[in-house]
Structure formats: structure tokens, C-alpha cells
Design a protein around this ligand. Structure first.
Ligand code: SF4
Length: 282
């Protein structure tokens, strides 16, 4: 019998929130994996703090709810301790690009084999509307009533410079494409980064803006670093410009697990060691 992928936990996201789209995209991907015969016991979803993080309560798989900005250290530990796991991180833009920025850069630099999905609504929604590192210049929110004086940074450029080996951008109102990008990211061996333009219906509703600007990357060579940089720079998360969606960059490169001089042990041996650990802790 296949499991119900959505838990009975009360969902407190606002109506129209883009988190629903990411949740249901992941639900379909996970159900598909199960149908293909993969055990979801080998999948872990790690979330941070913020509206996005409730996905850990709402999806019926193994999840870890971490501290603010600390999805990647936890996910890295999981992957290093058990390389058989498929590790997916969900983080907000505050979580990934502010509190957890150094971890994000180092995960890309190390090419840790995990999938990072950033719910980038460009605002702190849970705390009711403060600016984040990707809010546009002049954004008026709770902490900047006269408008922020900071330019946003471009997370795609940052990831290209940091060494991520899969870099994509999706949009919560283009769910089939988003599903394809996440599926590809999970299949990718190495650090897969997906920036998802997410609608925050309550504090920064960019639907109209995105709808008239997004287009699909077509004929783009994702193996070409220079072309990826040029495409990433087309829109800087601030000025008015066309916004491309799709895979910007993809490269095959040894993962941290493959390069680390860690002791490789079999799945059975690892299970025994974990069992022994729990026994001694009794
Ligand atoms: Fe979604 Fe924004 Fe509401 Fe948070 S505040 S649940 S991000 S719509």
C-alpha cells in the first residue's frame, strides 16, 4: 500500500502561498520515487526556520526541523554518516542567504551530494515582512518602512562562483517545470541548488511581476560556465529584466563523499554500528 504523502498536521500557510506549490511538487516526486520501488526510508528532508520550514510537518517522510540557517550542516552530517541517503534541504531565502550563507557557500565549494531548494519569496514572511538579502532596493517592510537602502545579491551568481555543480531556477506558478528541475537536482550527483521564486501572498506578492517576465531557458548550454554566468546576470533580482527559468549550469565533478578520506563501510556494517550505539546508550 502506498502511503499518504501529506500528514494530518494542521496547515497554517496563508491561502495562495507558494509553499503549497513546492509541497505538492515534492509530494508528487516522492510518490513517484516510491512507485519506482525506491524506499522512502532512505530519503530525509531537512528544513530550517521560517514559513517554508513547516513543510517538515506536512510531508509524510523522514524530516529534521533544524535551527535558523542550519539546514546544510545537519544535511551534510546525514550524508557523510550515511551516503546511501537521499538528502533534500528546504530553506527560506532568509535561512539560506542570511543566517546560513556561509554553510551554503561551503556546501557548494565541497560539492556535497544533496539537493538544496530555496523557497525564495524575498521577504521574512513568518515574522511578518522584513527585508531579506534578495529583497529589491527600496523594499518597504516592517524593518524598513522607508525602503531598504541595500541592493539584493544574485544567488545564482553566488552559486556559480562557489562551485555548485547544478544550478537552476524555478517558479512556484510553473509547477510542472519546477518538478522537472527538482527531479533533475535529486538525480544529480553533487551539490544541486534550486532557487525557487516563491509567492508570499501576504507580504510580498510578486505574481503579476513574475508572470509578465518569466520565460524558459531554451537552447542554453548548461555545460558552458560563461554562458551560465551571462544568463544568471540577465536579471539581478532588482532591475526590470526578463527572468529565465530552467537549468543554468550542470557539471560532473567528484562529490565530497567520493573525495573525503572517510572510512567506507557497508550498509550492513553501518546498521550494526548504529544498533550497537543505541544498545550502549540504553
Ligand atoms: Fe506563505 Fe507569506 Fe503566508 Fe508565510 S506569510 S505562509 S510565506 S504567504
Amino acid at each position: 500500500m502506498t502511503r499518504n504523502m501529506i500528514t494530518p498536521a494542521q496547515n497554517t500557510w496563508c491561502p495562495g502561498c507558494g509553499n503549497f506549490s513546492i509541497q505538492h511538487t515534492l509530494k508528487d516526486i516522492l510518490a513517484g520515487m516510491e512507485k519506482e520501488g525506491r524506499s522512502l526510508d532512505d530519503v530525509v528532508l531537512v528544513s530550517g526556520i521560517g514559513c517554508h520550514a513547516k513543510i517538515a510537518d506536512y510531508l509524510n517522510i523522514n524530516t529534521v526541523y533544524t535551527l535558523h540557517g542550519r539546514t546544510i550542516p545537519v544535511a551534510t552530517g546525514l550524508k557523510l554518516a550515511n551516503p546511501d541517503l537521499t538528502v533534500i534541504c528546504c530553506a527560506g531565502d532568509g535561512d539560506a542567504y542570511a543566517e546560513g550563507l556561509d554553510h551554503l557557500i561551503f556546501a557548494a565549494k565541497r560539492n556535497i551530494d544533496l539537493t538544496m531548494i530555496v523557497h525564495n519569496n524575498r521577504v521574512y514572511g513568518l515574522t511578518t515582512g522584513q527585508y531579506t538579502p534578495t529583497s529589491p532596493l527600496g523594499f518597504k517592510g516592517k524593518s524598513t518602512p522607508k525602503g531598504t537602502a541595500e541592493y539584493p545579491f544574485n544567488p545564482l551568481e553566488l552559486m556559480l562562483a562557489s562551485g555548485a555543480t547544478y544550478i537552476a531556477r524555478g517558479y512556484t506558478r510553473k509547477q510542472p517545470q519546477l518538478g522537472q528541475l527538482i527531479r533533475q537536482g535529486i538525480a544529480h550527483k553533487g551539490f544541486a541548488f534550486i532557487d525557487v521564486l516563491q509567492i508570499c501572498a501576504s507580504f510580498f506578492n510578486m505574481t503579476e511581476y513574475y508572470q509578465s517576465r518569466v520565460y524558459d531557458l531554451a537552447g542554453h548550454n548548461a555545460r558552458d560556465f560563461g554562458a551560465a554566468c551571462a544568463k544568471a546576470r540577465e536579471w539581478d533580482y532588482n532591475r526590470d529584466a526578463p527572468i529565465s527559468l530552467g537549468v543554468f549550469y550542470e557539471q560532473v565533478f567528484p562529490t565530497f563523499n567520493e573525495r573525503a578520506p572517510a572510512r567506507h563501510i557497508s550498509r550492513e556494517e553501518r546498521s550494526h554500528q548504529i544498533h550497537d550505539l543505541f544498545e550502549t546508550a540504553k
